[in-house]
Design a protein around this ligand. Structure first.
Ligand code: PLP
Length: 370
């Protein structure tokens, strides 16, 4: 069986280094908000090019904390609207509604799966205060037009960079394109911890300080509380592991690009729609490689029978989830089509050439069964 993602193999690439760092933390007797977190924050902000990086407990918290900080700063208030792609992972939307803000869904482009920038303006109302840009699947979504819209309507641009660490747009890294960005280091992400972990990057000092306090019980001085905060810390052990793996992220993303290139050049099957190549190679880090087919379920079953594990990102669009009942009768035809037709093929830095070749061959001989 070719696994969708062999996480054990991914992490064993760096076994000696990671084990040594974990042992250091264990023996140090210091487990939270110490040197390892400081070092990782420093290295992450340097990598992204942002002034500040703040380690937090997970990716959802990173996004929740950014919006919560804007509320504490008086930039947003409950009831304000945040634009977000209608086909994103549910966490992007949860971060908005959890803060009493209103998610306003915008349809994606069918060819990139990212928010359709040309459909943003029609959704803007006097209550719109921000855009949560999701670089879905690892593909950057950004443009000068988007920057102009944000400036004209005074919208904060918040990046959900959970899937796209390392991607670049005109020499800038994702996570440094807008006003603030949330990262997830969930084990299966391109930069994955050995448990939950996340971070926020920004160039805004006030925002950085507010988030740091909010994530620490609303306090920036022990036992003095300025906000009704939460506890959202990045562990020393996770920070130490991430610091090791950050050194290899560019190399690992390069391998993902090589696999994507082979899939795009060599998969030739009329019932399979391939993802569009980005204009510039480094705009995409291929967190997942998503194909589309009207016969998706048959294709998935066929691949399973032939020893290839695939996943569906994602089977149910947010507006059809029970959690958002108030949206269940709305129609987002592009999202619905995407959710019905997408299938993610294995892609990872530890796949070998033979595995990629086998996947291409099997996909190419799939025929529609009448
Ligand atoms: C993974 C993910 C998140 C949430 O990250 P967690 O660390 O699992 O909380 C948010 N948004 C997107 C797009 C994601 O893929």
């Amino acid at each position: 069986m070719i696994k969708f993602l062999d996480l054990q193999k991914v992490n064993l690439q760096h076994q000696a280094e990671i084990e040594a760092k974990i042992l250091e933390v264990f023996r140090s007797g210091w487990y939270l908000l110490g040197e390892k977190v400081k070092s990782f924050e420093h290295n992450l902000s340097h990598y992204i090019g942002s002034k500040y990086a703040i380690g937090v407990a997970n990716g959802l918290d990173a996004l929740r904390l950014i919006l919560r900080a804007y509320i504490e700063m008086g930039v947003m208030k409950k009831g304000d609207e945040i634009l977000v792609p209608s086909n994103t992972y549910i966490a992007s939307i949860l971060a908005i509604s959890d803060n009493g803000l209103v998610p306003v869904l915008v349809e994606p482009e069918i060819n990139t799966y990212n928010i359709d920038i040309s459909k943003i303006v029609e959704k803007i109302t006097p209550k719109t205060k921000g855009i949560l840009l999701v670089h879905l699947q690892g593909r950057i979504v950004f443009s000068d037009e988007l920057k102009e819209i944000a400036q004209k309507y005074h919208l904060k641009v918040i990046e959900d960079n959970a899937q796209a660490i390392g991607a670049q747009w005109q020499g800038l890294k994702s996570g440094n394109l807008g006003d603030a960005a949330g990262f997830s280091f969930y084990p299966g992400k391109n930069l994955g911890a050995l448990g939950d972990a996340g971070a926020v990057t920004t160039n805004d000092e006030e925002l950085a300080n507010t988030i740091r306090a909010l994530a620490n019980y609303g306090s920036n001085q022990k036992y003095v509380n300025i906000y009704q905060g939460l506890n959202s810390r990045l562990d020393e052990i996770q920070a130490a592991v991430l610091d090791v793996k950050l050194k290899y992220i560019d190399h690992e993303n390069t391998i993902r690009r090589e696999i994507a290139k082979r899939y795009i050049n060599e998969i030739k099957n009329p019932v399979v729609i391939l993802p569009e190549n980005p204009e510039h190679e480094n705009e995409h880090v291929w967190h997942v490689f998503v194909i589309r087919s009207e016969k998706r379920d048959d294709l998935q079953a066929y691949l399973t029978e032939n020893g290839i594990q695939t996943l569906i990102h994602y089977p149910i669009p947010p507006h059809q989830q029970e959690a958002y009942k108030e949206w269940n009768n709305l129609s987002f035809p592009i999202s619905e089509k995407i959710h019905q037709e997408v299938l993610s093929l294995p892609i990872s830095p530890v796949m070998d050439t033979m595995e990629v070749t086998k996947i291409i061959e099997i996909v190419n001989i799939f025929k529609i069964l009448k």
